[in-house]
Design a protein around this ligand. Structure first.
Ligand SMILES: [Zn+2]
Length: 257
């Protein structure tokens, strides 16, 4: 049963300029005697609803409806004003629409073949953009996020699930050696298309605190590195992760760098 992660949490206001926005026009601020209303820094709030506004071609701005811990409404403010900036919070459950085909937004592929429709969950990524991950992987992924947080480490993704058309754009860019495109699997052949692949923000790999934490802990939590030369690419694959843990490593044997 899917439950939005933010509904069961408290958040701390961290931005000293946490302005309140008008419920019916999030681009406008709430004012009192000509002064913009703000939520004081360090206020602990709950969030009972989220709205998004398009803020560029594929960027969205997220806004949270803040409540006092007692339940008294405070108002709408940007999620960037909250400690953690809403990274790893889950938003909506995306179910496949009836009649959706193998190139549809929920179509899963494995090894070049269409394998069916899966439920996806929206999640806020490392850059506070919205990604999708397979609903089956939400619990293990958030368990890993929670374990890392206990060590003071923020695990967050840059990429999760991709539809066939999205993978095709990455493949075409790579295939034509267009600037800004990295190595990508052919459409249909990427594990980003079935929900087990997570590109985790691990800038610099070795020596990066997230990467070092993953090397130590991810295999016991079902995640394993599977692509040589891509330290950011981890897959939720408990059998292979367990084999790696037994060999006291964090990667499958074909990963050599
Ligand atoms: Zn990847």
């Amino acid at each position: 049963m899917f439950e939005r992660s933010y509904l069961t949490k408290s958040f701390t206001v961290s931005d000293p300029d946490a302005r309140l926005r008008q419920a019916n026009d999030l681009m406008a601020f709430e004012t009192s005697d000509g002064t913009i209303k703000k939520i004081p820094t360090a206020t602990v709030i709950r969030v009972d609803a989220v709205q998004r506004l398009q803020a560029g071609s594929n960027k969205v701005a997220l806004f949270a409806h803040a409540l006092q811990e007692s339940g008294t409404p405070i108002g709408w403010t940007s999620t960037n004003n909250l400690q953690g900036r809403f990274i790893n919070e889950t938003l909506d459950l995306l179910k496949p629409s009836t009649g959706s085909g193998k190139f549809g937004p929920n179509a899963a592929w494995s090894r070049g073949a269409y394998i069916g429709q899966i439920d996806l969950v929206e999640i806020v990524d490392a850059k506070t953009e919205i990604e999708r991950i397979a609903s089956d992987t939400v619990a293990p992924y958030l368990e890993m996020v929670g374990q890392a947080k206990l060590s003071g480490v923020t695990v967050a993704i840059n990429s999760g699930f991709r539809s066939y058309p999205e993978q095709k754009i990455l493949w075409d860019g790579f295939d034509r050696r267009l600037p800004g495109f990295n190595k990508a699997a052919k459409p249909g052949a990427s594990n980003h298309q079935n929900g087990i692949a997570f590109d985790i923000a691990v800038a610099g790999a070795d020596g990066n605190e997230v990467y070092d934490w993953l090397k130590q802990h991810a295999p016991q939590l079902g995640f394993v590195r599977t692509v040589s030369g891509e330290p950011w690419h981890w897959e939720y694959d408990p059998p292979r992760a367990q084999q790696a843990a037994e060999r006291q490593t964090y990667k499958i044997p074909t990963v050599t760098e």
